[in-house]
Design a protein. Structure first.
Length: 264
């Protein structure tokens, strides 16, 4: 009898803790951020990783896809920008090279609150004379024990033709994914353009189709070129979306979207 009383008291005293853990473990919402970080340079021309980290920390995302990321390039003081920002945000960092640049490398970066089950770097096709581009994919497990894929990319800025072949490659590669997938990045294309229409044949966009909120340039946003999309369309639901208007940290606004993962 005494043993039963002790067990009952323990359960009563620890119920809030146990309940809170269960609630966290059932979490099926994912906050994702698309952020072109301009190689660590601000709109004032200085180098300020703390400003980037503050914006990310304030947004409190689960995953961040970053574009224009330098890896030990001369112009960025030989810093590994993703690792530096991972340290400042207490998130797991990974870099994917798109090309060698300025004594170092240049490409995509991802930050994650969760460890990586797997990662891969997909080289995207590009036209002669244009910059090489890449897509980085990380696979991670949420607290709910659901596994998802998160993809960050950056399309060509030079021509629509270059962006179109990259959109087709993205569809080709990720249509075979076995996990619910989120696609995030600076696509350098307006809603309704060829590359975006190609992507939206497969992916569900998160922006308001009737009134897409612009993301560029940050000091006076006039055009939407930063996106969050998901696949399959029946596995995700948009809970909230926000364009973060910071005129100092980068020339792009960051785009923050909260998604709910739906059961099959």
């Amino acid at each position: 009898m005494r043993f039963k009383i002790i067990v009952l008291v323990f359960l009563v005293l620890n119920f809030p803790l146990v309940w809170g853990q269960t609630k966290d473990n059932d979490k099926k919402t994912v906050k994702v951020l698309s952020f072109n970080i301009l190689g660590g340079r601000t709109t004032k021309g200085d180098f300020n990783l703390d400003a980037l980290a503050k914006l990310i920390n304030d947004a409190n995302p689960d995953f961040v896809a970053m574009q224009e990321v330098d890896f030990k390039a001369n112009r960025s003081k030989k810093y590994d920008l993703v690792t530096e920002l991972g340290w400042r945000t207490k998130m797991a960092p990974i870099f994917a090279r798109a090309m060698y640049y300025d004594g170092g490398e240049y490409g995509e970066g991802v930050l994650s609150k969760y460890s990586f089950l797997s990662t891969r770097n997909i080289a995207l096709p590009y036209l002669e004379g244009q910059e090489p581009r890449a897509a980085i994919e990380v696979v991670a497990e949420l607290p709910s024990k659901d596994t998802i894929a998160f993809v960050g990319t950056h399309f060509a800025h030079e021509t629509n033709e270059g962006r179109e072949i990259q959109a087709k490659k993205i569809n080709e590669v990720f249509s075979s994914n076995i996990y619910p997938t989120i696609l995030v990045g600076d696509l350098n294309a307006k809603p309704g353009s060829g590359p975006i229409n190609t992507l939206e044949e497969m992916w569900q966009a998160t922006y308001d189709k009737k009134n897409p909120e612009p993301t560029f340039p940050s000091d006076n946003p006039r055009v939407k070129i930063d996106y969050v999309m998901f696949y399959p369309k029946n596995r995700w639901k948009v809970i909230e979306r926000k364009v973060i208007k910071d005129t100092y940290a980068s020339d792009h606004c960051a785009y923050l979207v909260t998604l709910e993962l739906l059961d099959e």
